[in-house]
Ligand binder design. Structure first.
Ligand SMILES: [Zn+2]
Length: 294
C-alpha cells in the first residue's frame, strides 16, 4: 500500500515537472507540439507544427506579426528572399536568354503517379497527402512529393493580378532541400482534379476526409503548357525558412466559381501578402531554356 503512495507521488512530481519544464508551455500544448513534430518534414504548411505561435492570416497572429511570434520565425521579418512575390507577366514580354549561368534549374522532369483521396483540414488550409505520389527532378536531383495544399486568393500575383486559388505542391530532396510547384487557378470550367476532394472538404480543423478507392492523378493538376517561372524564395507560412526553390507554372488552370466558394468559405484570405524581390532574378523556363523577362 505504501509503495503505491510513493509511486503516485513520483507520478505527480513528474507531471508537475513536465508542465513547468524548460519550455514553460502548458501541458496540453507540449503534447500537441510533440505529437506533431513529424509534420515538420512536410515543410511548407507544416510550419504550424511549431505550434508555438498561434499564427493566422489576420489580427494579432497575422503576417505582420509572424516574425515576432517566435524566435524561430525571425526570417519572416528579416529574410531577404521571402515568398510569395509578384511575378512578371511573360505574355507579350521580351524574353532575353539568361546568359549568366544562374542557379535556376534548366531541366524539370516530372514523374508523378496517383494518390488516394486523403485530405486534412489543418486549420490553415486543406492538405492532400502526396506521399507515394511521385517526384520531380531538377537538373537530375530528385525531390519527392510530400503534400499539396491550397491558398485563397493566390499568394503569388502576376503583374499585380491575383487569382482566386493557388495550389502548392511541396517536394523535398533526400538532402532536405525544398522545391514547391505553384499552380495558379482562375475561374472557369470545373476542375476535375479538385472534384473528388471538394466533395468531402472537412469543415473543421484536424478533420480528415479519406477515400482510398478514389485516386487522384497528380499530373491532372498541372496545365498542359510546361513553361514555369522560377526563383529562390521561402515558405509562405512561419517559420518562413528560405532557400526554397519555387517553380510557378506560367499558365493557370481553371476551377468553377462554386469550387472557389467552397474553399474560400473554409479558409478565406489564406494568403500571405507579396514580399519584396530584393534584387532576386525571376527566370522563365521554357522547354528547358532559361530566359529573363525584360
Ligand atoms: Zn502554400
Amino acid at each position: 500500500m505504501k509503495s503505491r503512495y510513493i509511486f503516485l507521488a513520483i507520478l505527480v512530481f513528474f507531471l508537475i515537472f513536465v508542465r513547468i519544464g524548460p519550455d514553460k508551455q502548458p501541458l496540453s500544448q507540449w503534447i500537441k507540439s510533440t505529437s506533431s513534430h513529424h509534420q515538420q518534414q512536410n515543410g511548407h504548411a507544416a510550419d504550424d507544427s511549431h505550434a508555438v505561435a498561434h499564427w493566422s492570416y489576420d489580427g494579432e497572429g497575422g503576417p505582420a506579426h509572424w516574425g515576432s511570434l517566435s524566435e524561430g520565425n525571425t526570417l519572416c521579418d528579416a529574410g531577404k528572399k521571402q515568398s510569395p512575390v509578384d511575378l512578371p507577366v511573360t505574355e507579350g514580354a521580351c524574353l532575353l536568354p539568361a546568359l549568366i549561368l544562374p542557379e535556376a534549374p534548366m531541366v524539370l522532369a516530372r514523374h508523378y503517379g496517383s494518390v488516394p483521396v486523403n485530405i486534412i483540414n489543418n486549420g490553415h488550409t486543406i492538405q492532400l497527402d502526396g506521399n507515394q505520389g511521385g517526384y520531380i527532378t531538377l537538373d537530375g536531383l530528385r525531390y519527392d512529393l510530400l503534400q499539396i495544399h491550397f491558398h485563397s486568393p493566390s499568394e503569388h500575383t502576376v503583374g499585380g493580378k491575383s487569382y482566386p486559388l493557388e495550389a502548392h505542391m511541396v517536394h523535398k530532396s533526400a538532402e532536405g532541400g525544398l522545391a514547391v510547384v505553384g499552380v495558379l487557378m482562375e475561374e472557369g470550367a470545373e476542375n476535375a482534379f479538385l472534384k473528388p476532394m471538394w466533395q468531402g472538404l472537412p469543415a473543421k480543423a484536424d478533420q480528415h476526409f479519406i477515400q482510398k478507392d478514389a485516386t487522384l492523378d497528380i499530373n491532372a493538376l498541372l496545365p498542359g503548357d510546361e513553361t514555369f517561372l522560377t526563383l529562390s524564395g521561402s515558405l509562405t507560412t512561419p517559420p518562413c525558412s528560405e532557400d526554397v526553390r519555387w517553380l510557378v507554372m506560367n499558365t493557370p488552370v481553371t476551377l468553377s466559381a462554386q469550387q472557389v466558394k467552397q474553399f474560400a468559405t473554409l479558409h478565406p484570405g489564406s494568403n500571405r501578402p507579396v514580399q519584396p524581390l530584393n534584387g532576386r532574378a525571376v527566370f522563365v523556363n521554357q522547354a528547358g531554356t532559361l530566359w529573363m523577362v525584360k
